[in-house]
Write a protein that binds this ligand. Structure first.
Ligand SMILES: O=P(O)(O)O[C@@H]1C[C@H](O)[C@@H](CO)O1
Ligand SMILES: O=c1cc[nH]c(=O)[nH]1
Length: 350
């Protein structure tokens, strides 16, 4: 026990979509959560789990868990990170962390760790290399360079969601103050050429809902997928007019699948026509969706729920209005993937 107080359970407003009555109307006050091409989805005002920043962080800025069970446990095993509060001195190992950067692949995140090391002038003892701290989890890779953690999150919401639970707990055990989380990813552009850097203003699901929906004890729970607006502006301000590519901001759609879920015609299955696909993509474009990827919804919702400042910066690999297959050569793709990392490096260096 560390003597820190925990949140009362009442802080956890369980949020549920309300059922419609037989006449199709809700019997509770409701609000328009989003408007997708004329289709309005209605939600109860009190299902939206607005986070009060003061209650989700301790006054000194350290991360507070919205789970009273953790501090009652003798030890907390962060299974998928191959770390534990009983087996490791997490304060000693991670107490100085300020930035947590995540992206899909172990290679990208290892490269990012070496890039940030060069940028911030961090030196390794002669003849040594960076160690993958989570190597023995055989799930995710994690590198630490001074105040920066660089972690691979795999593909999709379940993978990044599990990682976020454990990394947020890691922040709590390590008593990290005011960490900033970044997702550095790849995506498909909607009306933007490959190589464009996109900073997400908000994340929406495949039906344009700005919430992460998950089933807890058989009930549907929704968490708003909000990102820090100020951080978006700050990152945009770090785009260099000399950069040989565009850096834009906009809505990001997050899907549960790369193929059918993103309206691709080239998966193993396809039950829609090219016309259906184009109508859908055009409607997204009209609704301000600038890119599609697979993690931003969980990333935005879980960091917001934990009161952690977060941003999602992705590079487009293709313009989905022009095709489905990722055709750019490997060397080009590798260079494009460096672009979001450059922007985040500039922020960290600052
Ligand atoms: O960060 P990455 O490049 O993994 O992000 C996107 C979304 C999926 O994880 C994956 C699909 O190709 O790329
Ligand atoms: O089209 C794309 C490209 C990368 N990642 C995605 O999720 N979709």
């Amino acid at each position: 026990m560390n003597g820190l107080s925990v949140l009362p359970r009442s802080c956890d407003k369980i949020i549920q979509r309300i059922p419609k009555e037989a006449n199709g109307h809700h019997h509770h006050p409701h609000r328009k959560l989003y408007d997708n091409d004329g289709e309005i989805q209605e939600y109860r005002e009190d299902i939206i789990n607005e986070v009060d920043e003061d209650t989700v962080r301790y006054p000194d800025g350290s991360v507070r868990l919205r789970n009273p069970n953790i501090e009652l446990m003798d030890q907390d095993i962060l299974y998928h990170l191959a770390l534990g509060s009983g087996s490791h001195d997490l304060v000693e190992m991670f107490g100085d962390v300020k930035f947590v950067c995540m992206g899909g692949t172990p290679k990208r995140m290892e490269q990012f760790a070496y890039n940030i090391m060069a940028e911030i002038g961090h030196k390794l003892p002669c003849g040594t290399t960076l160690q993958d701290i989570s190597h023995f989890s055989y799930r995710y890779s994690m590198y630490k360079v001074g105040p920066v953690l660089s972690i691979s999150h795999g593909m999709g919401i379940p993978s990044v969601g599990i990682l976020l639970h454990e990394v947020i707990k890691l922040m709590y055990h390590a008593k990290v103050r005011d960490p900033v989380f970044f997702r550095i990813g790849t995506c498909g552009g909607i009306g933007y050429e490959g190589g464009t850097v996109v900073i997400s203003e908000e994340a929406v699901d495949g039906a344009m809902r700005n919430v992460l929906e998950l089933t807890v004890l058989g009930k549907v729970v929704q968490r708003p997928a909000k990102l820090d607006r100020r951080l978006v502006r700050e990152l945009k301000g770090l785009a260099d007019p000399e950069d040989p590519y565009d850096t834009i901001t906009g809505r990001t759609m997050c899907t549960y699948d790369f193929y059918e879920g993103q309206g691709r015609l080239d998966g193993a299955f396809c039950d829609f026509t090219e016309t259906d696909k184009m109508e859908y993509l055009e409607s997204l474009h009209k609704a301000g969706v600038v890119n599609i990827e697979m993690e931003s919804l969980a990333f935005a919702a879980l960091t917001h729920h934990a009161g952690i400042k977060a941003a999602v910066v992705c590079v487009t690999l293709l313009d989905r209005l022009k095709g489905d297959q990722v055709l750019a050569p490997k060397e080009v793709l590798d260079e494009w993937q460096q672009r979001p990392t450059k922007l985040v490096c500039r922020y960290i260096k600052r």
